[in-house]
Ligand binder design. Structure first.
Ligand code: ADP
Ligand code: ZN
Ligand code: ZN
Length: 729
């Protein structure tokens, strides 16, 4: 066998064949440098065959197999292959996208054909050296020795530490201070006993027992626990059982930067276990080192965002997905996978349990749990204070002050006077969502998107939140010359402004994507919040995600109505989830929280459900509606998305695609091609074609055939992609 099939990061569905002398099955999963066009690129060997469809003399030779990182196991490759098939995304792009950047390109180290895989560790002589006693100019040597005092290090990790590290290690090797251990690393050590774990409540104990009853069997558990009911504690206990068995735990969260508490909680609970994080905030070296630690089994816990679902974990023993309903688990461009769904497939593949936790699970998961496919565990009681009191404030016929009702302002006065914290929630950042001329009706629109430019008064600019376009605030109306342009509506900055005037600047803190942008901003803000100076937080949904502010007792919600009527059939599900999460921030200490929802529709069923805080009743109603309307989870959907410089081009492409779909005579329902909800974005016109089917298998079969047909007849005019299980329309 001397032909390898290589996955490369190029947008075609095929693998590429190369010659490689003496290739064996052992090479599957290894990285390899191959010529591609005029370049040399890194690919991954997914198969070794004796025969290629391509004539042997036309095959190019692979340059060199890389031995500087362990190979991907078959199980990992199978998972990626599944994702590639299911989402109709090229295998090469799936694999190379999952690998940390440090493994995606040839590294300059060069040299040997196959490098040794092994770990550097201290010899007795090396262990006798006190790194801090070394002279200051031996900086790298000192730090490497200090690291080696803690644990063995492999070559890739060392390189991630510093590009000069391999050379220093070689010197240390020659001096006999370090030796190379080529055996596979032992798994991480097991924990003695969990530190300072509270005794579980009965509900928590029942949920835990359900999970730990059989840790060697695949089972999806839906942990539906109201906010503050102690879901995290159930995760920690389940992880503890898995770690004690010497296995690894994968914990997926929507966003890590905002939940540093979780990381320190896990670290504190399992001090002798190595925890690594995987998320986009890490630098290249960190990501590589963390990935390798997961792959070697040294990391007992991997805590990450959606991309970590592909991190190799040979001893995987459990997967936990916190806030499983969160939209960020689905990637919204390129490889449009759902990390939650892939995680379920992965748990089944490994034969291990997976916990999906949420106070407001997605209807898909909830339906699976109530219909018996998943096991449902419910935590109905909050630990500490009971659930907050939720009230609607009817704003009809009231002149709001910068969006704030009298009722809310009075309550804010009281809470501030008592020294308690409040949160004013408004789901729009910026000063005002639009700038308007009242004499001619001109409004600030983005010329590249079907969207309005948001007024950011602080920077004195208009910004598009979709394409990033920004412009100076015009001194007068561009259409009629009227110098009196007025901001229309409220954003976080305007509310912050108003509250700062009423109380004082130091008492008000705005928390949104803009104020969080600087690195470490969140760290500093948390400090201020916990310092007790800040009395009012003004924030967007960034704040809805699992933070624990013990002194926050009042929550006011400003523009919920704007999200009430939307064409998207998931709008109510999302809004209820969002509001329950926001409301759940109130009263997590010992005082019962109070929540005000400002609305012109106080009798809307969604607000009624919110006031009762009965997610299940509302979910049952929504599910019944979905069943009648024939929407997911009762059918499965896929969206063919197309974009082109002109809308007509995109629509023409979709009409041709629909004709091709019809000719396949599959049992799927095809909708008419339509412009996207936001037709123009960043200068491109977008349209879409929805396909649905009651059977997932039939839909998949159809998509496979359709995708091939579309690919064979592709035109250069429109860009297109299939979005399986789309969440956004
Ligand atoms: P959730 O994730 O369900 O919103 P948390 O896991 O954050 O809730 O728990 C809320 C609070 O209750 C946390 O401060 C946690 O430390 C505490 N807690 C959880 N379980 C227990 C328990 N069994 N006994 C005492 N306190 C607990
Ligand atoms: Zn005008
Ligand atoms: Zn724009």
């Amino acid at each position: 066998m001397n032909i390898i099939r290589v996955a490369l990061d190029v947008p075609v569905m095929t693998l590429f064949d190369y010659r490689l002398a003496d290739a064996t099955r052992e090479d599957v999963g290894r990285r390899v440098i191959v010529p591609f066009g005029k370049r040399l690129v890194v690919g991954l060997i997914v198969d070794v065959v004796g025969d290629s469809g391509v004539a042997p003399e036309r095959l190019k030779s692979a340059l060199r197999v890389l031995g500087d990182s362990p190979r991907l196991e078959n199980a990992d490759l199978e998972l990626m292959q599944f994702a590639s098939d299911y989402y109709h995304h090229p295998m090469g792009a799936v694999i190379m996208g999952a690998l940390p950047a440090g493994l995606r390109r040839p590294r300059s180290s060069g040299g040997a054909q196959r490098q040794v895989v092994g770990r550097f560790m201290l010899t007795e002589a090396g262990a006798a050296i006190d790194p801090s006693a070394l002279p200051p100019r031996a900086y790298l040597k000192r730090r490497l020795l200090a690291l080696l005092h803690e644990r063995p290090v492999d070559a890739a990790e060392a390189r991630a530490f510093s590009t000069r590290a391999p050379r220093v290690l070689k010197d240390l090797l020659q001096q006999g201070l370090v030796k190379l251990d080529a055996s596979t690393p032992p798994p991480h050590t097991a924990p003695s006993s969990p530190h300072s774990a509270p005794a579980l409540t009965l509900e928590q104990q029942q949920a835990l027992t359900a999970v730990t009853a059989d840790l060697r069997r695949f089972q999806v558990h839906l942990l539906l626990g109201v906010t503050g009911s102690g879901k995290t504690e159930v995760y920690l206990h389940a992880m503890s059982a898995v770690l004690a068995a010497g296995r690894q735990a994968l914990l997926l969260v929507p966003e890590i930067a905002l939940t540093p508490q979780l990381e320190s909680l896990v670290r504190g609970r399992f001090p002798e276990i190595r925890l690594v994080t995987l998320h986009s905030g890490l630098n290249e070296g960190e990501r590589l080192a963390h990935w390798l630690a997961a792959q070697s089994g040294q990391a007992g816990v991997v805590l990450g965002t959606r991309l970590s679902v592909f991190a190799p974990m040979p001893q995987l023993g459990i997967i936990i997905i916190d806030e499983e309903h969160d939209g960020s688990f689905k990637q919204s461009d390129g490889f449009r996978y759902s990390a939650r769904d892939i995680a379920i497939v992965r748990a089944r593949q490994h034969g291990v349990p997976i916990i999906l936790g949420s106070a407001t699970p997605s209807l898909e998961s909830y339906f699976n749990a109530t219909s018996g496919r998943y096991r449902l565990s419910v935590l109905e009681r909050r630990i500490g204070a009971p659930l907050p009191l939720i009230e609607c404030v009817d704003t009809r016929g009231e002149r709001l002050e910068d969006g704030l009702s009298r009722r809310l302002l009075q309550s804010l006065d009281e809470y501030v006077a008592r020294g308690e914290q409040s949160l004013v929630f408004i789901n729009r950042r910026g000063y005002a969502p639009v700038l308007m001329c009242h004499s001619c009706g001109w409004i600030s629109g983005c010329h590249r998107c079907s969207a309005q430019l948001v007024l950011h008064l602080g920077e004195r600019r208009l910004r598009c939140h979709h394409c990033g376009h920004n412009a100076a605030i015009p001194p007068a109306c561009p259409d009629c010359g009227n110098p009196q342009l007025e901001p229309l509506g409220q954003g976080t900055q305007r509310v912050e402004d108003a509250l700062a005037r009423r109380y004082s600047i130091s008492k008000v803190l705005r928390i949104d994507r803009d104020s969080m942008r600087p690195r470490h901003a969140w760290h500093a803000m948390r400090h201020r919040i916990q310092g007790g100076d800040v009395k009012i937080l003004v924030g967007t949904q960034i704040l809805a995600k699992g933070h624990d502010f013990p002194h926050l007792n009042l929550v006011g919600v400003l523009n919920a109505d704007s999200m009430l009527y939307s064409a998207d059939f998931r709008a109510s599900e999302r809004l209820l989830a969002l509001l329950m999460q926001v409301a759940g921030r109130a009263g997590r200490g010992t005082t019962r929280g109070q929540v005000f929802i400002q609305t012109e529709f106080p009798d809307h069923p969604l607000y009624e459900a919110l006031k009762r805080q009965d997610y299940r009743a509302f979910a049952d109603t929504l599910l019944e509606e979905r069943r009648q309307a024939g929407f997911p989870p009762f059918v499965h959907q896929a969206l063919l998305r197309a974009e082109a410089p002109r809308l007509a081009t995109a629509l023409d492409f979709l009409r041709a695609a629909a004709a091709s779909a019809r000719s396949l005579a599959a049992p799927v329902m095809l909708y008419d091609p339509v412009p996207a909800a936001m037709p123009r974005r960043a200068g491109r016109e977008r349209a879409q074609l929805l396909v649905q089917c009651e059977s997932r298998a039939q839909l998949q079969q159809f998509l496979g055939q359709w995708h091939r047909a579309l690919f064979e007849n592709r035109s250069a005019l429109a860009r297109w992609a299939i979005d399986v299980d789309p969440l956004e329309f």
